[in-house]
Design a protein around this ligand. Structure first.
Ligand SMILES: Nc1ncnc2c1ncn2[C@@H]1O[C@H](COP(=O)(O)OP(=O)(O)OP(=O)(O)O)[C@@H](O)[C@H]1O
Length: 788
């Protein structure tokens, strides 16, 4: 929006702004969008206790653009009376008397007598700021930003820079210019959104302060509080060195978070550490604003001036969660387990829906757990499980957990949750010297989005959202970007001893505990031992190998349990073939025996229905894998399936399976897990295989828009999340193998998502998850001695 050329107000000119009478004292400056005046006003504002203020006059070309100003005004109202935010006094919008068809907005606010920080810095060109001065500026500016992030949903400033910090008469530093504020902006899901967000970023942010996720909108990360933390990092760097860290190289350096510290002036190593961690490429590795403030205060040797609201929310949530767990104990175990077991299914199902409504207004950024709670929307069987309902009702707390990280007294940084973040942070710590940010608990990223709402003025009152970019409206849940969803699980697996150092004081233990438990809820896991581990070296290994192929066929390689099956060794394939052929042999034998027994001509034995009858049957036509025919749920009642329970057949298959078991020593253990897709090809990896995602091939070829759209594809998201898990941060994750068309299953979606077509992979995953397990269970029931 270009500021039209309009004549300036002259001193002593009077006007009315809202309920205040104004007299112009003097013209101060013109910002990019406004004329700024020093004014006298009456009545006196009770908070600032003075009659001298600052008037910002903005000319607006059209009514629609009024909303941009409205956002600024609303943000200031929300933050008024915060000591480190320029205080709002009054505002007023009217048709311009100067330019026909235009509007004028007047914003009356606290006057910062000592001018801008930039002016102050310019007075110190030779005699640079010392550590104390820098820390004071940083602390107070951060407090202003913290006030914005503390709102629920959080408000993102998006234009933190030295030009937007003012100095009051008493020397307090105050953040100003809320013309770029927004809510969390989710990663764009299509080209249209991408262009929109790109345009918005260009218009509302300052190049040198843009974060990597602002430049790379296909990164999968939202633009959220951590983007402000990045800008604060640039800010801190600039007040130290008077240049921004990426000035010389530009965008490519920002994208890689690559910068150097000038040799002089020499500053406290801890301040440099703080800059470094704030300028982490991944938002998940950056501290939240409370952590920044805690660390600044620590360096200052002062108590932190604010409470860690992320942590408080996490603790609150934890309490609620524990209560819910206690309640659940009163319920018959079977009931609870059965409900939990359904969650993944419900999750997959619900997450495919475009919007879910909730009664509680949600903060814009939600961690993975929120998906779970949201998806615990009563669906028959789940409604009676009290713990689930409580989770659902308390979901407004969950979003905060992702930011519940805190620096401990040992200078631990972390973002609650993610394994990858931990390793990155550790790397950073090594690189930086004296005060190390050892990750206590990597945290999960997350967030989602919003902008100025150009179309709906009403929504500006409390939520800066835009329907085009928000993942959800203020009253609907947010879908997490895939990469985040994945992180929580992976984090759990990367727990390190360091992480436990100061749990009690940081609240990280709460977060971790929560993550573990939520993970179980998410996955429906009720066993203490990993099913994979317990199956290794047992007959299950054979069953897994055999079912692995079935799973991979059914899911096109996208089933979460068969992520890595494509990498199965030749030996494993050979075993699968042997099992398949064995079963085919057995089938023909048993068919024969039954025929003999019943004295029936083979021709009258009903054949399995043709593929057109059901997706499963379609798969059963594949001659390469006899298993698919054998365990076809749709065919379970047909005579050919009943043959399987024939005693002879049973003995025969048991014998053959036993033989294979005896010869299974030559089968690498990992193949066992591959049957469930829960192993990794990463030989170096020592973490439990189920939590180690297979590191996929380069994602560079992938369509990035599609990558972000994976947000609404739950299972795919899970895979991508795993794929993106940065246990080894230097690895490039490979793409999830694409399911061959021939294996795609047509499913009637009527009655599930209404008229919304479900994408093939989702549907397939959904079905396969149910059927394969079911088939597996049936197999066990029939041949317990073989598989156990
Ligand atoms: N409350 C205030 N007290 C004193 N000076 C102020 C105040 N508000 C703004 N100014 C001065 O006016 C300048 C422009 O203000 P502001 O940044 O709000 O306008 P803008 O049009 O949004 O500018 P830009 O978009 O270029 O940042 C500030 O840099 C500051 O010098």
């Amino acid at each position: 929006m270009n500021q039209p050329q309009i004549p300036l107000y002259q001193p002593n000119q009077t006007l009315t702004v809202g309920s205040h009478q104004i007299k112009i004292i003097k013209y101060l400056t013109s910002g990019g969008f406004a004329q700024v005046y020093k004014v006298e006003f009456s009545p006196i504002d009770p908070y600032i206790n003075t009659n001298v203020g600052c008037l910002k006059r903005v000319i607006i070309p059209d009514k629609q653009s009024l909303n941009m100003l409205r956002a600024e005004v609303e943000a200031m109202k929300l933050l008024r009376n915060n000591r480190h935010v320029v205080s709002y006094i009054d505002s007023h919008a009217s048709k311009s008397t100067t330019i026909a068809g235009n509007y004028e907005v007047f914003l009356l606010m606290e006057y910062c007598e000592k001018g801008g920080l930039i002016d102050f810095l310019n007075t110190r060109l030779q005699n640079r700021l010392n550590d104390d001065e820098i820390l004071k500026i940083m602390s107070q500016t951060t407090q202003g930003i913290a006030a914005m992030h503390a709102l629920q949903p959080p408000v993102i400033h998006r234009d933190i820079k030295i030009e937007n910090v003012l100095i009051a008469a008493n020397g307090d530093y105050k953040i100003c210019d809320f013309g770029s504020v927004c809510g969390v902006i989710r990663p764009p899901r299509n080209n249209m959104e991408l262009e929109y967000v790109k345009h918005d970023i260009l218009r509302n942010t300052t190049a040198q302060y843009r974060s990597p996720e602002m430049l790379n909108l296909t990164s999968g990360f939202p633009i959220d509080e951590k983007s402000d933390v990045w800008a604060l990092g640039v800010f801190l760097y600039k007040i130290c060195y008077y240049i921004t860290p990426f000035e010389k190289v530009g965008e490519s350096a920002i994208l890689q978070a690559r910068f150097q510290f000038p040799a002089v002036p020499i500053y406290n190593g801890r301040t440099k550490n703080l800059i470094k961690v704030m300028l982490s490429k991944s938002p998940t590795n950056r501290p939240n604003v409370c952590q920044v403030l805690e660390e600044v205060s620590r360096i200052q040797g002062k108590p932190c001036p604010i409470k860690n609201f992320y942590l408080e929310r996490a603790m609150k949530f934890s309490q609620q969660y524990n209560q819910s767990i206690n309640m659940s104990i009163d319920y018959p175990r079977q009931t609870i387990n059965s409900d939990i077991g359904k969650i993944p299914t419900e999750l997959h199902h619900s997450a495919t829906m475009v919007e879910l409504k909730t009664k509680n207004p949600l903060p814009v950024s939600l961690p993975m757990s929120t998906h779970v709670t949201e998806n615990l929307e009563p669906k028959g069987s789940i409604t009676h499980t009290p713990n689930m309902n409580i989770l659902k009702n308390k979901n407004s707390y969950i979003p905060n957990l992702q930011h519940a990280n805190t620096f401990t007294n040992l200078h631990e940084s972390s973002s609650f949750a993610t394994g990858p973040d931990l390793s990155v942070l550790m790397q950073n710590s090594e690189a930086i010297s004296n005060s190390t940010y050892v990750s206590a608990r990597p945290s999960s990223p997350t967030k989602a989005p919003a902008f100025h709402n150009f179309s709906s003025a009403k929504s500006m009152n409390s939520h800066y959202t835009d329907r085009e970019t928000q993942t959800f409206t203020p009253h609907s849940p947010v879908r997490r970007p895939l990469s985040r969803v994945s992180s929580i699980r992976s984090n759990i697996s990367v727990d390190s001893e360091v992480a436990y150092l100061d749990d009690e004081t940081t609240g990280n233990s709460l977060v971790r505990k929560l993550s573990h438990t939520l993970k179980k809820v998410i996955t429906g896991e009720s066993r203490n031992t990993s099913p994979i581990r317990s199956r290794q070296n047992t007959g299950d290994s054979l069953w897994n190998s055999a079912t692995h192929k079935l799973r991979s066929r059914l899911t096109g390689g996208n089933n979460k349990r068969s992520i890595s099956h494509e990498k199965t060794t030749n030996k494993s394939n050979s075993l699968n073939r042997r099992i398949s052929s064995m079963i085919r042999d057995t089938e023909s034998n048993t068919d024969k025996s039954i025929l003999e027994k019943d004295n029936m001509p083979a021709s009258i034995i009903p054949k399995p229905k043709p593929s057109s009858q059901s997706p499963m049957t379609e798969l059963s036509e594949d001659t390469e894998n006899g298993l698919s025919l054998r365990y076809n749920e749709q065919l379970k009642d047909t005579p050919s399936i009943k043959l399987m329970v024939n005693k002879e057949a049973k003995e025969s298959i048991q014998k053959k399976v036993q033989n294979l078991l005896n010869n299974s020593d030559d089968i690498p253990t990992r193949r066992t897990a591959s049957g469930y897709g829960r192993f990794t090809n990463n030989e170096k990896s020592k973490s439990p295989s189920r939590l180690k995602p297979k590191v996929p091939p380069s994602s560079s070829s992938g369509n990035k828009i599609r990558q972000s759209s994976v947000i609404v594809t739950p299972l795919s998201s899970l895979q991508a999340k795993r794929a993106n898990t940065k246990i080894d941060n230097k690895r490039t994750p490979p793409p999830v193998p694409k399911k061959p068309n021939s294996l795609k299953i047509k499913v009637n979606t009527n009655g599930r998502d209404g008229n919304k077509p479900r994408i093939a992979s989702e549907t397939t995953d959904y079905l396969m998850e149910v059927d394969v397990d079911d088939l597996e269970t049936k197999f066990r029931q029939r041949f317990p001695s073989t598989v156990r």
